[in-house]
Design a protein around this ligand. Structure first.
Ligand SMILES: *[C@@H]1O[C@H](CO)[C@@H](O)[C@H](O)[C@H]1NC(C)=O
Ligand SMILES: *[C@@H]1O[C@H](CO)[C@@H](O)[C@H](O)[C@H]1NC(C)=O
Ligand SMILES: *[C@@H]1O[C@H](CO)[C@@H](O)[C@H](O)[C@H]1NC(C)=O
Length: 194
């Protein structure tokens, strides 16, 4: 599924909606690993490694919470008082690391998507490290709002109710799009591709 002009506009509006909440901007240190991640998540790669290399309509089982779209960001912003951009960025990192773990878990050692997926995991880990370093440096002790902590707990709980079967490419498409909203300081505008 490609993103039409209307869809890109919708995406941009969704992002703009998020931006006014930004009190603290994205630390510049984060942008370098984010750009590497973005390059690796380009449309060609997502299609090849997350769709073509899988059987037709292949799906993996994920928590509801791991279907994390631009619409979720707007909804959380509207319903969670005191929500900071950093909380959403941290949630994004958690969710996408969990998604990649699940993708890697279904791939045999020599599967043609294995190396790509492991590499994405490494890139996310790198972003996470920088993110944590910056947070520590800023002495940000504040805990994320309760609703966000509850999402964390459900994502981590293998016994949690509420699972969905989702195509791996759809999950990475979500990752790619939400990335542009949450790290918009690093990316001036959404890309002209899916
Ligand atoms: C996507 O990235 C791969 C390398 O990871 C590169 O070979 C390819 O040209 C890129 N595609 C686009 C459309 O930028
Ligand atoms: C894949 O899913 C689409 C849409 O749900 C369906 O039309 C198509 O027949 C499916 N293809 C196979 C091979 O199951
Ligand atoms: C995103 O919204 C879907 C419903 O559309 C919900 O099932 C899911 O839990 C939400 N994810 C997060 C992280 O809030």
């Amino acid at each position: 599924m490609t993103c039409s002009a209307a869809c890109l506009m919708g995406l941009l509006m969704g992002c703009l909606w998020v931006m006014p909440m930004v009190k603290t901007s994205t630390p510049a240190d984060l942008c370098k690993p984010m750009h590497t991640l973005k390059a690796s998540l380009n449309f060609t790669n997502r299609r090849q490694y997350m769709k073509h290399n899988f059987p037709i309509n292949y799906t993996i089982r994920v928590h509801y919470e791991e279907v994390f779209r631009v619409s979720n960001i707007s909804r959380l912003k509207a319903h969670v008082p005191g929500l900071q951009l950093g909380d959403l960025q941290e949630l994004w990192l958690l969710v996408n690391q969990e998604i990649l773990k699940k993708v890697v878990r279904v791939l045999p050692e020599r599967h043609p998507s294995r190396r790509y997926s492991s590499n994405l995991e490494d890139l996310l880990r790198k972003v996470q490290q920088v993110f944590q370093t910056v947070r520590d440096r800023q002495h940000e002790e504040s805990e994320p709002p309760e609703q966000i902590q509850e999402i964390w707990e459900r994502v981590w709980d293998p016994e949690a109710a509420g699972w969905k079967w989702v195509k791996p490419k759809a999950l990475l498409d979500n990752c790619y799009r939400t990335m542009h909203c949450l790290f918009s300081d690093c990316f001036q505008a959404p890309e002209q591709e899916d």
